[in-house]
Design a binder for this molecule. Structure first.
Ligand code: SF4
Length: 406
């Protein structure tokens, strides 16, 4: 049976943020934002490179002062990904960012309010072929709309804010626009995006604003963004976390990959949750493996399993895995045992096999292994564990017997 994880993607028009397309049939993209002072060119570029390595397709930098715009002029030509300038209150900063050569602007309609200013920015963008994101934010809604909707932030108010801004752009014939209607409340942002998607075909940038620190920020963002993506809504996403923005890029990328919306780029490390049968500290080995793979572009699913009794079976769909047993690590490729290594070399072996598989393929990996011997060794350790622990590693039956006797 074919698995259809998400609804068909809503049709939107395509715009170009530098060389990255957003909307239409373009892949859903991941965005993040730098936390450095934009005037600090080297520090900002360092962060941009880290974000790109972690999966960001587009990066936003604040342009809040003239020094930031000057910084952008040096950053944009050296950046590996398109740069969006975040403009808040001063429309002149938008013009300065355009002069710096940025690939997109983000305007908050709640902050730049004069129609003449908005139109001047849109005209300048039109001349340069630079798109704009209308970034409506529930927390900074225009006071008139806030009042109109009864002194409360509603989905309808956020959608109206975006439409008002779009009307200014229409007046000057500018349509290279993507839109976000973010709120810190997940149900509110979901409703706002659903309503917005009914009234516009501009690409939508999804996010839960001010989602907060890990892990709750991740959970809130995922709840909001994934719900919409599953409904076919959304063309580009950003996690807004109170954490190193590398977490944002990684999370965005992992979400899209896990929903089948982007090709895998880095290792997808899966691991069992551990239990009474575990022969190793699964958390420790999994974290060490995660660290060892880092941002290497090896698009394989790699499993770390706590015991050889159940591990290879439970992770048989992984490309590569390792399961512990009897102080040894049993490596398996696509469910077939391929090698046995000492327990303290498990992580090293995983990385070496992953690199080999990435370079030469599964068949070559199986061909270089003595699969019969490896399977025999695994069976031996599996039986030893079963003999010493029985079928029930947690001794449930013995515990129940004890409870009954008392
Ligand atoms: S049975 Fe083995 S593989 Fe499964 S959770 Fe327990 S330790 Fe991990």
């Amino acid at each position: 049976m074919e698995i259809v994880p998400v609804a068909e993607r809503r049709k939107t028009r395509k715009i170009n943020v530098g060389r990255v397309a957003v909307g239409g049939d373009a892949p859903i993209t991941v965005q993040s934002m730098t936390t450095t002072k934009t005037a600090d060119v080297e520090g900002t570029l360092q962060q941009i490179y880290a974000l790109a390595a972690a999966g960001a397709d587009i990066v936003r930098c604040t342009c809040n002062e003239i020094e930031a715009a000057e910084g952008l002029a040096q950053i944009v030509p050296r950046s590996p990904v398109p740069i969006v300038a975040d403009i808040h209150h001063q429309y002149k900063m938008a013009l300065a960012a355009l002069d710096a050569g940025v690939d997109c602007l983000r305007l908050n309609p709640g902050n730049i309010r004069k129609p003449d200013h908005i139109k001047a920015v849109a005209e300048a963008c039109g001349e340069r072929g630079v798109p704009i994101r209308i970034g409506v934010n529930g927390g900074s809604l225009h006071p008139d709309l806030y009042e109109k909707y009864g002194g409360t932030v509603t989905a309808a108010a956020m959608v109206e804010s975006a439409q008002q801004e779009l009307a200014f752009f229409d007046d000057v014939g500018f349509d290279q626009v993507k839109i976000s209607v973010k709120a810190s409340s997940v149900p509110l942002m979901i409703e706002a995006y659903r309503e917005l998607s009914k009234v516009t075909d501009h690409p939508l940038h999804l996010g839960v604003t001010e989602a907060g620190p890990l892990p709750n920020g991740l959970i809130k963002s995922t709840a909001g963004i994934a719900t919409l993506l599953a409904e076919g809504i959304g063309d580009t996403i950003r996690y807004s976390l109170t954490a190193d923005p590398v977490h944002e890029a990684r999370a965005g990328r992992a979400l899209l990959e896990s929903m089948g919306l982007r090709e895998r780029k880095n290792v997808d490390l899966i691991a069992c949750p551990s239990c009474g049968r575990a022969e190793i500290d699964v958390y420790d080995v999994a974290n060490k493996a995660l660290e060892a793979f880092g941002e290497r572009e090896i698009p394989l699913q790699v499993a770390v399993m706590g015991c050889v009794v159940n591990g290879p079976g439970e992770a048989r769909d992984a490309d590569l895995g390792i399961a512990a047993g009897n102080k040894r690590g049993h490596l398996f490729v696509k469910g077939q045992n391929v090698a046995v290594v000492p327990e303290d070399e498990m992580v090293e072996a995983l990385v070496e096999w992953a690199e080999f598989m990435h370079e030469h393929g599964v068949e070559a990996a199986l061909a270089r292994a003595d699969t019969v011997k490896a399977a025999r060794e695994a069976e031996r350790d599996r039986n030893l564990l079963l003999e010493s622990q029985g079928d029930d590693a947690n001794n449930t039956e013995a515990k129940i017997d004890l409870i009954r006797k008392r």
